[in-house]
Design a protein. Structure first.
Length: 340
């Protein structure tokens, strides 16, 4: 029929859980060296259903249930990566990665350097990071600063479904060890996924931040779940005539300082937001890098950090809510730095 036009596939709503599942499925299919291992990832479909359906599709050699021994299965995965397999090692939470930190740091992160580049370790350590809901002190730490501190690792921290899919695929294809810090509280949250992101070849470059909202008065920099809080705070402040520029960091190491600097040059104010503890945190690093670089001269007020409370996470809900950054805390910090 004359004039008939076929419309392109529209953007669709996809949860972070399904985006991660899609990425794993596509990479297992694309490269036979890729395999997934961890506690309950196979027959149970994953503790958070990230690996749903993958064991039935790919079998025991590609999707492997492990004993509850993080040091053991992380070591197996690192050894496999040293002979050019591409393991994806799931920690049921990153708090349990403490059991395996010797393998993550001393084995995975340092081997390429200690072997003068002759041994690569293409491995992904992934799982939920930071606070969930009602899981108390031993299950609520953010490890972005811990792992971001260590040379030899790349560290990514997605917010949206596109972040999750694009960064996981990039991490699996990378020849370096990558730590991927997800948020359990985002797994069931749907985000719009563009036509481009639905492609099997969609990847997000590691080390590149994204400006989620343009603004002129203050720069907000966050990663993982606090990105959403920053956008909510920006919407509240916009009604009062304050336009916030919101940067989704996406990658903790290597950090995209250039994007933050360019934004600070434009807005002249900086607020960092994170769920982790304040001392030696991601926000502290951002503030230091801005102070040491050319953007410092453009600041009209001191940079302000919004962080988790400097305490082990309480169990009681009202105390937990007051221990992690809320939208009201970001609004307060912005008004403080703008002196309004």
């Amino acid at each position: 029929r004359r004039g008939l036009r076929l419309s392109a596939p529209a953007a669709i709503q996809v949860t972070v859980r399904d985006a991660l599942n899609q990425a794993l499925d596509e990479e297992l299919e694309r490269d036979e060296r890729v395999f997934l291992l961890g506690e309950e990832v196979a027959q149970y479909d994953g503790a958070y259903k990230i690996s749903r359906g993958l064991w039935k599709k790919y079998g025991d050699k590609r999707v492997i249930d492990t004993p509850i021994s993080e040091m053991g299965f992380a070591g197996i995965a690192v050894g496999a990566a040293m002979v050019w397999l591409r393991p994806v090692c799931e920690f049921m939470t990153f708090n349990f990665s403490m059991q395996a930190i010797d393998q993550v740091i001393n084995s995975a992160a340092k081997t390429c350097y200690m072997s003068a580049g002759s041994i690569s370790v293409p491995i992904v350590f992934r799982g939920p990071n930071g606070a969930s809901a009602g899981v108390a002190a031993q299950h609520s730490q953010c490890f972005a600063a811990w792992y971001g501190h260590c040379p030899g690792l790349k560290v990514v921290s997605p917010w949206s479904s596109e972040d999750a899919k694009g960064l996981l695929k990039a991490s699996i294809r990378d020849d370096n060890p990558v730590v991927m810090l997800e948020s359990e509280l985002l797994y069931g949250v749907p985000f719009e996924m563009s036509e481009q992101a639905q492609s099997k070849e969609f990847v997000i470059p590691i080390g590149k931040a994204k400006i989620e909202r343009q603004g002129t008065h203050v720069t907000l920099v966050a990663h993982s779940r606090p990105v959403g809080h920053c956008l909510e705070a920006a919407a509240v402040l916009s009604k009062e005539g304050v336009e916030c520029e919101v940067i989704n960091l996406r990658t903790i190491r290597p950090m995209d300082v250039e994007t933050v600097e360019a934004s600070v040059v434009k807005t002249n104010h900086l607020v960092t937001v994170e769920g982790g503890w304040p001392q030696f945190g991601v926000g502290a690093e951002i503030c230091a890098r801005i102070m040491e670089g050319p953007a410092f001269n453009y600041l009209d007020a001191p940079a302000v950090r919004v962080t988790g409370a400097d305490v082990p996470m309480p169990y009681a809900k009202i105390l937990e809510d007051n221990s992690i950054p809320q939208v009201k805390d970001i609004v307060f910090a912005v008004k403080k730095t703008l002196n309004i």
